[in-house]
Design a protein around this ligand. Sequence first.
Ligand code: PLZ
Length: 445
Amino acid sequence: MTVEQRRALVTAVPGPKSLELAARKAASVANGVGTILPAYIVEAGGGIVVDADGNQLIDFGSGIAVTTVGNAAPAVVRRVTEAVQRFTHTCFMVNPYEGYVEVAEQLAELTPGDHPKKSALFNSGAEAVENAIKIARVATGRSAVVCFDHAYHGRTNLTMALTAKDMPYKHGFGPFASDIYRVPMAYPYRWPGDPDAVAEEAFAQFESMVHVQVGEDQVAAVIIEPIQGEGGFIVPPEGFLPRLAQWCRDNGAVFIADEIQSGFCRTGDWFACDHEDVVPDLITTAKGIAGGLPLAAVTGRAELMDAVHAGGLGGTYGGNPVACAAALGAIEEMRSNDLNARAREIEAIFRARLGELAARHPQIGDIRGRGAMMAVELVLPGTKQPDAALTGAVAKACHAKGLVVLTAGSFGNVFRFLPPLSISDELLHEGLDLIDDAFAEVLHD
Ligand code: PLZ
């Protein structure tokens, strides 16, 4: 790791060089592509990203849960460097190579369940989700797909249909793919019914809505993020996911776990489903799988994966050899550094510090998450009314202090923390101090 593990501000954030680049961006990049913190990055590693002006920022975002093993992690760099010097592309569908097969073998070993499994590799999370739906439809001969409120599954046409939030993801981009049905999410903080029976009540609603609006025998798949990401790190109560998985088994539907954000050590397990021993029929992965290189996968029961006719799955770049080398490097880092244990340590630090913060600020309505996937939801004190303005203001103050933080949530009022698992305790505490300062500054206390 060559990047010094120290926060340092030498200019305002963003500084003059970044502002110059932002002006070039404004002139050449479509406005629809936004940037949350326009400090242009030149180097990153451990828990630090370094910008063009020499500012060293603490990273609580990991490029949206991607650099779980750290940026430019040693095993990723070593394997990628070696691979990129040998060959950059053949197209696995033309001339195959071992790396792709090795990644599929690793996925079979690491994903939940000990049944025979197979995988297909793709480039992005959205592409993996699209393909999981294609596979489920062919395997069942049915077309309906059930998804959840607050879900995020991507920005392509089918995945926009599965994503819940209109602005900015869907607004004006319709019409969307059909035969998609949305049911309420078991969202403990905002459940309108009995707070002690969220799993039971949400499951009863799922069951009844599917029966009335879709018909059990029409359902190809039920897709859910075991911990919702963009929707605000919503952790369903114990029992909800196992009930859904059982319903799918009872009704011949495919249970798809979208672990694109929650997978690969992020939550302190290899996959968030592991927490309750839920075994999905298909699992989609991306982000953390390859330490920053674009790679995604659908992994699942061999008989489902093999239901698709030869040539029915693929793509020019899916499972690119350099991306596969990166994945093997990232998995090596996860295993050799026991990153599941590290994610749990990070959770303990966050829970203690966020608890202290919430005791002083009634604006923090909820603290939730698992492992290094933690969040707070901000509300008007004494109510559960979302406070997106406060969330934005605190995020901005954090950015100015040299802390990369991300927001999330259907109502824009969730702070989510996704540090790389390679971050030190010192930087974690310093980042949490900065959040504390940012709250004090914005709330004038
Ligand atoms: N499924 C659960 O979290 C990507 C999106 C950021 P892609 N989340 C970050 C943005 O604003 O575009 C995501 C996810 C879950 C699917 C996806 C989609 O993955 O690799 O971005 O296509």
